[in-house]
Design a protein around this ligand. Structure first.
Ligand code: 9UX
Length: 69
C-alpha cells in the first residue's frame, strides 16, 4: 500500500547533503520518491509499503545525518 512518511533530519546544510540523503533513502526497498526541504530538514518519503524507523535511521546515518523527529 502506498505510504508517505515524513521525517526531520538534522545537519543538512547544502545541496550535496540533500543529494546524499536522497540517494541513501531512495535506495530503501519500495521507495518511489524522496523530497527534501533543506530549510526545515523535512524529508518526505513515498514508498510502495511502510518503512520502519530502523530502515530510515540506517539510511540517514549512512548519508551522514540523523533523524531528529
Ligand atoms: Mo558540504 Mo553539505 O560538506 O554537508 S555536503 S555542507
Amino acid at each position: 500500500m502506498a505510504t508517505s512518511t515524513t521525517i526531520t533530519v538534522s545537519g543538512m546544510t547544502c545541496g550535496h547533503c540533500v543529494a546524499s540523503v536522497k540517494e541513501e533513502v531512495g535506495a530503501l526497498p519500495g521507495v518511489t520518491s524522496v523530497d527534501v526541504d533543506l530549510e526545515s530538514g523535512r524529508v518526505t518519503v513515498d514508498s510502495e509499503g511502510p518503512l520502519s524507523r530502523e530502515q530510515l535511521d540506517a539510511a540517514v546515518a549512512e548519508a551522514g545525518y540523523e533523524i531528529v523527529a
